[in-house]
Design a protein around this ligand. Structure first.
Ligand code: TXA
Ligand code: MG
Length: 316
């Protein structure tokens, strides 16, 4: 069921049920992070392997202190600048976080979402919420309540509707190694350049399925059911003559293709708008039962880097 009843969501979460929640990045599938029972329900509903840890969401910076055992200086600087917002920090965990949440890792991922409905929810609860993106494992993240309903509606009691997600890409995940070396593990809603403006140069660790630091950041992810091929669309098109082709472009239309099979991410060439449109657009294309989706990469700067990361993973 989709609705906007906060007290009902609170009641469900207090009884260890899971509820889908809006955030400014993507919708999450939330449960009491301190309850192994609630957390294992999240894994079941998503069909997510137990080695892939979950982000813990809370309402205030002061509340992060109880969830973690250490806050390096650059973490504090980033938290002050970007929280609430699309930033997740990987920090040494405190004992209150059950091992199932971090898949046995000594580090916990923490985030303060900026969405007002979820802010109010988190502030009202006496526990933090573990929440992965509210999609079946490996599929595109949901950016509307309806996306969640389409795939998980029958498995969960309630979906809080906070409208379409303002950012549309998952949070940027940042951790700290050897004391204060800053590492970006997942490019997301805050551009790497914005992080660097606060803490100086960072490492961007390429994701892979064999990266033990972030087991969930699998190479093939965010994948629609039609195969995705990246490259120069005009030169690729002749190879797929006679097939039902869809395209993803940054800002231009491709002549000769039906408009409904074209996802133009931002006609005005804005990266934030492109980010906002990407996942919903991929779902729309996916519903057309295409044989193939041809996609072009965006400029490799700002949010373009995170968008390209998702396109590459959809194509992997
Ligand atoms: O924007 C977001 O981050 C959304 C919203 C709902 O907050 N959440 C989200 O969660 O994207 P999820 O589970 O789909 O992706 C979280 C990523 C996974 O790749 C997971 O492996 C990684 O974060 N992660 C979580 N906890 C971790 C930990 N303790 N150590 C390493 N990686 C972790
Ligand atoms: Mg996810």
């Amino acid at each position: 069921m989709i609705g906007t009843d906060l007290s009902y969501a609170i009641q469900l979460l207090r009884s260890e049920a899971v509820v889908a929640i809006p955030t400014e990045t993507v919708y999450g599938l939330a449960g009491n992070a301190l309850s192994p029972r609630a957390v294992s329900t999240i894994f079941e509903v998503k069909n997510r392997p137990s080695f892939d840890p979950l982000i813990v969401h809370t309402s205030h910076l002061e509340r992060i202190a109880a969830l973690t055992s250490e806050m390096p200086e650059p973490a504090l600087q980033l938290a002050r600048r970007f929280m609430p917002g699309p930033l997740t920090l990987l920090l040494p965990k405190s004992d209150v976080i059950p091992d199932i949440v971090t898949a046995g890792s000594p580090r916990v991922a923490v985030r303060i979402p900026a969405h007002p409905m979820t802010q109010a929810l988190l502030a009202a609860l006496e526990f933090p919420l573990a929440a992965p993106s509210a999609n079946p494992f490996g599929y595109i993240s949901p950016t509307t309540a309806q996306h969640v309903e389409d795939q998980l509606g029958e498995k969960i009691p309630y979906i809080l509707d906070g409208g379409p997600c303002r950012v549309g890409l998952e949070s940027t995940i940042v951790g700290f190694e050897n004391g204060s070396e800053v590492v970006v593990y997942r490019k997301g809603g805050i551009a790497v350049e914005e992080i660097e403006a606060v803490v100086g140069p960072v490492f961007v660790r390429p994701h892979s399925s064999s990266n033990p630091e972030a087991p969930g950041m699998l190479k093939s992810h965010y994948a629609p059911s039609a195969p995705v091929v990246l490259g120069d669309i005009e030169s690729l098109l002749p190879r797929y003559r006679g097939q039902k082709v869809g395209v993803i472009t940054f800002k231009r239309a491709i002549p000769g293709l039906p408009p409904e099979r074209q996802l133009i991410l931002s006609p005005t060439g804005g990266l934030a708008e492109a980010a906002r449109n990407l996942f919903a657009g991929m779902r729309r294309l996916d519903a057309l039962q295409l044989d193939i989706i041809l996609a072009e990469l965006l400029p490799e700067e700002g949010l373009g880097r995170a968008i390209n990361d998702r396109l590459r993973r959809a194509a992997a």
